[in-house]
Design a protein around this ligand. Structure first.
Ligand SMILES: [Zn+2]
Length: 691
């Protein structure tokens, strides 16, 4: 790693001395340094109790007691929808990645190397002179293809061509494990075809939603006019597109209904669906994709039934307008300024951002998305200490032990179900840091001048990668996220928990911090991910990752009653004016938060610090543990973003990821002397434990 660092530094110095780059790079270097200082101050591992908002009692609102001063003084930059930890920590993260990209894109790299592909992809995205000069000419061949469509058969042929570019329009095509035979990959078809965030956006009539509907139609009309269509015609076409989407939306399940794992499993033979949905022309479609399959999982059949009838009841001209809109919406961000601006004008309604992100930030995200395993190789060499992986393995082991003890002590579960739960717990795969095997990009050709074609080349490669897996054994070493991403996940069909390098840093994880902070940080995250295997959805999968019941009926009933308590409690939490947390949408995440904190706390109590009473920074070990929990969710977002988030995201807002679980957790009451009359106070019999 050190060797690489030296080479990296040498390259950097060389760049700084080149006259052409010097001013630009120095500026960026200073900017980077400033942002970095801000970020490290924000997440400094010393707890300064003077930063607490003492005007708010811990028992009234613990989130604001710890974060209030920060929350009330921090400004969300106009280019962001929020600030703070977690996903917004991608901020310092992105600066690191962008630093790598600035460097490799300026160096002379051998053609075909990862450095060349990643560097030239980035350079092509940054080359707005060429991109602007090309206007929308890159999509003209696709638009011509649409113009030439004469009938539904031709339409579906075109849809298959777009699927091969990973652009799905009306067919939600995915390859993944068969959840009832999780060792084999199959084709999964999900509902799709709409442009608004979720089906309910087409039917709600509140002012905020009406505004989003109007902005969306305006956006599509604008894209049409940018390709030479007259404004009045464009408006009519946009209305036709919207009406198709609304029709499709009527058949969509809500995001709450989609949490029903069993209902999403409909293994059907291709011959049957070909007969039942003849207009879709399934056989031609799959032939177009180059696969020969007998069966698949149609996750939401009602959608495909509706699509089948709409294909003939709606005029081909309207469908062509629809496909045209899909092309322009999908590719707007890869085209010239008028297109990216139109895309942003619409996006800001959903995110609350008032200014576009700097180009470098956008393109860094694009590289992470398109050549993520290439950029990640460079990233982990520079930023991921191998020691972190060993420390994490110990933490995960301790958390599992703590969870096992909790299972043993459960008073509502029978011994036989307990034994099955423990078997599942010890069958986990853990992935930490980065994959052993990187994705192969050898077939991807990247050219420094053609951003659009670069994006298509990586999408095509992603599709080929997916299609090669159909009918094949599931590769259990595969990763579902890029290593620099600040996230963690549980993947039930593989019975695995994954902690990428991105999350193994402050405020979650700090090799120099005391155990209280790490157990209240990454420990809570580990506990949360473990619990996902035992939340309302995860509990349906067995230790092999198959949807197969391992519960005694009576135990499962009691389990469901407890998760129902979680739903009812969270439904009452207010986010903005009349907007509440959607209890049924977030129940899995809330269950994981409630149990995650308890498991992390139990594991912490097994450490030397957990057993002691020695104060640090004036705080007891337990207090530090809970402060750490409030700090990892230190996030502030714009209202527009929060509305979209609450309507579509299965996680509760940051404040409720702190106050929600803690109001149910007795050791928290003891640590901060929470009393009847405090707003977070719940009588003991109303404090929920699931696990
Ligand atoms: Zn989660």
């Amino acid at each position: 790693m050190l060797g690489f660092l030296n080479i990296f530094l040498a390259k950097f110095v060389k760049i700084l001395t080149k006259k052409y780059y010097s001013t630009n790079m120095k500026k960026r270097f200073i900017l980077t340094l400033n942002l970095w200082l801000v970020a490290s101050a924000l997440f400094a591992q010393i707890i300064n109790t003077a930063e607490f908002d003492k005007s708010i009692k811990p028992g009234d609102d613990f989130f604001m007691h710890i974060n209030g001063k920060w929350y009330n003084s921090v400004e969300i930059p106009s280019t962001q929808s929020g600030v703070g930890a977690y996903s917004f920590m991608n901020f310092p993260q992105r600066i690191r990645m962008q630093g790598i990209l600035d460097s490799v894109s300026a160096a002379k790299n051998k053609i075909g190397t990862i450095e060349q592909k990643v560097g030239d992809f980035y350079a092509s995205g940054m080359d707005t002179v060429t991109i602007n000069k090309r206007g929308y000419s890159p999509v003209v061949p696709m638009l011509k293809q649409i113009d030439a469509i004469k009938d539904v058969v031709g339409l579906m042929k075109y849809v298959a061509d777009q699927t091969k570019l990973n652009n799905y329009s009306i067919i939600g095509f995915r390859v993944g494990p068969d959840i009832k035979k999780s060792s084999i990959n199959i084709v999964n078809l999900s509902q799709t075809g709409i442009g608004l965030p979720e089906r309910d956006y087409y039917f709600r009539t509140d002012a905020s939603t009406l505004n989003i509907q109007k902005s969306y139609k305006d956006y599509i009309a604008k894209l049409f006019t940018l390709t030479g269509i007259s404004p009045s015609k464009a408006e009519g076409m946009a209305a036709a597109v919207y009406s198709i989407e609304k029709e499709l939306a009527t058949s969509h399940k809500t995001n709450i209904e989609r949490r029903n794992v069993q209902a999403n499993y409909n293994k059907l033979s291709v011959a049957d669906i070909a007969a039942k949905q003849p207009n879709i022309g399934w056989l031609t479609y799959f032939k177009g994709l180059g696969i020969n399959i007998d069966s698949l999982n149609m996750q939401q059949p009602a959608y495909y039934d509706r699509l089948n009838s709409l294909l003939t009841t709606t005029s081909i001209e309207d469908w062509k307008a629809y496909l045209r809109a899909k092309v322009l919406v999908s590719y707007a961000d890869f085209l010239s300024k008028p297109f990216t601006s139109a895309s942003f004008e619409y996006a800001k309604i959903l995110t609350g951002q008032s200014a576009q992100k700097p180009r470098g930030e956008e393109i860094t995200d694009a590289v992470d998305k398109s050549l993520g395993h290439g950029l990640a190789q460079l990233y982990v060499k520079k930023y991921f200490p191998e020691e972190a992986k060993r420390r994490m393995q110990v933490l995960v082991k301790n958390l599992k032990t703590a969870f096992e003890t909790r299972i043993t002590k459960l008073d509502w579960m029978s011994d036989s179900t307990k034994a099955k739960a423990k078997e599942k717990l010890y069958a986990f795969t853990e992935k930490i840091g980065y994959p052993d095997k990187w994705r192969d990009y050898s077939n991807v050709v990247i050219n420094r001048k053609t951003y659009f074609e670069n994006r298509l080349a990586t999408s095509k490669n992603d599709f080929n990668y997916a299609i090669a897996k159909v009918g094949q054994p599931v590769d259990r070493t595969e990763w579902g996220t890029t290593p620099p991403t600040v996230t963690a996940y549980n993947n039930p069909p593989l019975n695995e928990i994954v902690f990428p390098a991105g999350i193994l840093q402050p405020p979650y994880f700090d090799m120099n911090a005391d155990d209280a902070l790490n157990y209240g940080g990454i420990g809570m995250v580990i506990g949360h991910e473990i619990t996902h295997s035992f939340d309302d959805q995860g509990a349906l999968y067995d230790k092999y990752g198959n949807v197969k019941n391992w519960w005694k009926e009576d135990d499962f009933k009691k389990f469901k009653a407890r998760t129902q308590q979680v739903i009812d409690q969270y439904n009452k939490f207010t986010v903005l004016d009349s907007l509440h947390v959607k209890g049924a949408l977030t129940v899995g995440e809330n269950t994981a938060d409630i149990a995650g904190i308890a498991i992390a706390y139990d594991a912490f109590k097994l450490t030397e610090q957990g057993k002691s009473n020695t104060k640090i920074d004036g705080l007891t070990p337990d207090q530090r543990f809970f402060v750490s929990i409030a700090r990892i969710w230190r996030v502030k977002t714009k209202d527009a973003f929060m509305r979209t988030y609450v309507n579509t995201n299965p996680h509760s807002p940051a404040k409720w990821r702190v106050n929600g679980p803690l109001m149910n957790f007795t050791p928290f009451y003891q640590a901060f002397d929470i009393k009847p009359g405090d707003k977070m106070y719940k009588p003991e019999n109303e404090r929920i434990t699931v696990w």
